[in-house]
Design a protein. Structure first.
Lengths: 315, 307
């Protein structure tokens, strides 16, 4: 078990290093760095040159990368040109808000999708399966921003039950002080995620239903309810754990669009603004942090999976 | 003693098993692929929808001619009428004609990106899985590194560097999609490289490149096709999201996602013809590809069928 964990941790470390290299290279594909965008179109060549030298953009790529890694290890993620703050402090401000949105959406999605997927698997090829499959297909195939705006149109404009904009504010407290405004953004993200998870759950449950141990349990005369909750659920949930961890990047992507639709002051919106204004330290810092979180998350999921299913450990 | 003497009736059956086949394309993959459409009605429906969309987008403009180059500000946001069956948009373009043009871009980007991603992913995964060892570990860590970055963030990064023309978008979207294919192909290649016919080919002296291209790749085509179908669906949605965020192809080029996100500005004015045609086109096409992909995947996983 320990060798398994150590091996996975070494792999995770390599992946994180790989991410920093990838993002670093991409960002430095822009010739001249962000100088022209930061200083504006009327900057003189001398000013641009001064900016480049002052920020080290004239040094060879591997030297810049070396500096970046050293800073990273010291906990210094860089300094944003536009917001005049360290990337670290921006992260502390914006990450909790996005985490709240994504976390709530995930929670709602899991609570809805697991029973739904189970139901679909147990009633396979019945009308209810077809109906739910159809609905989840459509939910899966709809652009996120369209779903969000339709929800705003129905619930905020026509019915006036909920506010049309996401909760504003710079702290989590401010966000939570207006829970009704959270409902639509969370619902938008959750609906898309439910469509994805219920499909996974359905196929995982179906795969388990054709296994021999279920047949044996039925042959023994075990009541169906016990089979489902005692045997099927535990085994069907195992791959879901890993899949949930692996789908975090995709959900964060969906969160970017959702935050844009509802004007939710989270990391996604900040990232998009940074991409448009070429604020490289933010782009670099956020991506590295998110990727590291993803890698750590999937590492944890793998370890949990190995704990739950001993067969995995001996691969 | 020749082979035929010692093995009477089972010989033909043996020769059809994967262990004895040189390439996988002994007709079985093709037959399976077509068989899917014979059995699965949803897949047939999906195929019909896609054919319809392709005809609509590429043949349509020859049958229904409209000016998609010059704006006409005296005719903005007109509701559907006999002159403009789906009305006009906010700069005066005819919506029906624009839908056709948009379909061309959306379908082109989707299909091209999926094709590119499939080729890249298959090559990468086959080499990694077949060679194994440190090379495999390194190649898969590269894939994992790309996978750890949320797709949209990666695209935003790339789009902030390059101006979003159609070829650039195809490349960028393909850069996201090849990862899943690479992983799946590598998994298949790992199990395929210990098959008897691979050992036989090595014994005869076949070079690695030939083994990979003649033995490994044809046998992973099934998995790749399933993944490619889903890639097209995801690419169309990704293009739509990019257009919404302002990073899609600039006008006068059209794509469904751009039309939808533009039209949503007018949703509160009740101009439904700016929203629903494009939106329904996207959903129909994506659902169609998902139907086909699901059906293909069910066909390739025999275990899951009727038990």
């Amino acid at each position: 078990m320990t060798t398994f964990i150590i091996r996975r941790m070494a792999q995770a470390l390599i992946v994180i290093v790989g991410v920093t290299i990838i993002v670093f290279v991409i960002i430095h594909l822009l010739p001249g760095g962000p100088a022209r965008d930061i200083l504006g179109s009327r900057a003189s060549p001398q000013q641009i040159r001064a900016f480049i030298v002052a920020n080290g953009y004239n040094k060879p790529l591997y030297v810049q990368y070396g500096h970046y890694v050293v800073n990273l290890l010291r906990g210094n993620l860089g300094y944003s040109y536009h917001y005049n703050q360290t990337v670290g402090s921006l992260l502390v401000q914006y990450l909790p808000k996005s985490a709240l949105l994504v976390g709530l959406a995930y929670l709602v999605a899991l609570i809805v999708a697991i029973p739904l997927g189970l139901l679909q698997a147990l009633r396979r090829n019945h009308p209810i399966d077809y109906a739910l499959t159809g609905v989840s297909f459509i939910g899966y195939s709809m652009p996120v921003f369209w779903l969000g705006i339709v929800l705003i149109q129905v619930f905020a404009i026509t019915l006036r039950w909920l506010p049309p904009e996401g909760p504003q504010g710079s702290t989590i407290g401010a966000i939570l002080s207006r829970p009704s405004a959270l409902i639509l953004p969370v619902a938008t993200l959750a609906i898309i995620t439910v469509a994805m998870f219920s499909r996974f759950m359905r196929s995982s449950a179906i795969e388990n239903l054709v296994q021999d141990y279920i047949r044996t349990a039925r042959a023994k005369g075990v009541p169906e309810r016990r089979i489902v909750f005692r045997h099927l659920l535990r085994n069907a949930l195992n791959p879901i754990i890993t899949l949930v961890g692996l789908s975090l990047p995709a959900t964060l992507s969906g969160a970017v669009v959702t935050e844009s639709v509802f004007n939710y002051p989270g990391m996604g919106l900040l990232f998009w603004t940074a991409a448009i204004t070429h604020d490289f330290p933010i782009l670099l810092g956020f991506t590295v942090v998110i990727a590291a979180a993803t890698v750590v998350g999937s590492l944890l999921a793998d370890v949990l999976y190995a704990v739950a299913d001993p067969r995995i450990r001996y691969k | 003693m020749s082979l035929g003497e010692g093995l009477p009736d089972i010989a033909p059956a043996l020769l059809r098993t994967p262990e004895a086949g040189e390439t996988g394309d002994s007709g079985s993959i093709r037959r399976l692929f077509l068989g899917v459409f014979v059995q699965n009605r949803l897949a047939v429906a999906g195929l019909m929808i896609i054919i319809l969309m392709v005809l609509f987008s590429f043949v349509g403009p020859h049958l229904y001619v409209s000016d998609q180059l010059h704006t006409n500000l005296s005719q903005v946001t007109l509701p559907p009428s006999s002159a403009h069956p789906l009305g006009t948009d906010d700069v005066g373009f005819d919506v029906l004609g624009r839908l056709m043009l948009g379909g061309q871009t959306s379908l082109e980007v989707g299909l091209a990106a999926a094709l590119l991603a499939s080729v890249m992913g298959t090559a990468w995964g086959a080499i990694a899985g077949y060679v194994g060892g440190a090379v495999d570990a390194l190649m898969m860590r590269v894939v994992d590194s790309f996978l750890a970055i949320p797709p949209l963030l990666l695209i935003l990064l790339l789009a902030s560097i390059f101006t979003p023309s159609v070829p650039v978008l195809i490349l960028v979207i393909a850069l996201i999609s090849w990862l899943a294919t690479a992983r799946l192909v590598r998994g298949d290649a790992l199990s395929l490289r210990v098959r008897d016919y691979v050992y036989a080919a090595k014994a005869v002296g076949a070079r690695n490149g030939r083994i990979i291209s003649r033995h490994i790749v044809p046998n992973v085509i099934g998995t790749v096709m399933v993944q490619a179908t889903f890639s097209v669906a995801d690419s169309i949605l990704l293009l739509a999201a990019l257009s919404y965020l302002g990073l899609g192809p600039p006008p006068p080029a059209a794509n469904w996602g751009g039309m939808l996100s533009n039209g949503l500005n007018y949703s509160f004015d009740g101009d439904w013809w700016l929203i629903y045609p494009a939106g329904i086109a996207i959903v129909l096409t994506v659902v169609a590809f998902n139907f086909i992909g699901d059906a293909l995947r069910d066909a390739f996983e025999v275990r899951l069928q009727e038990r």
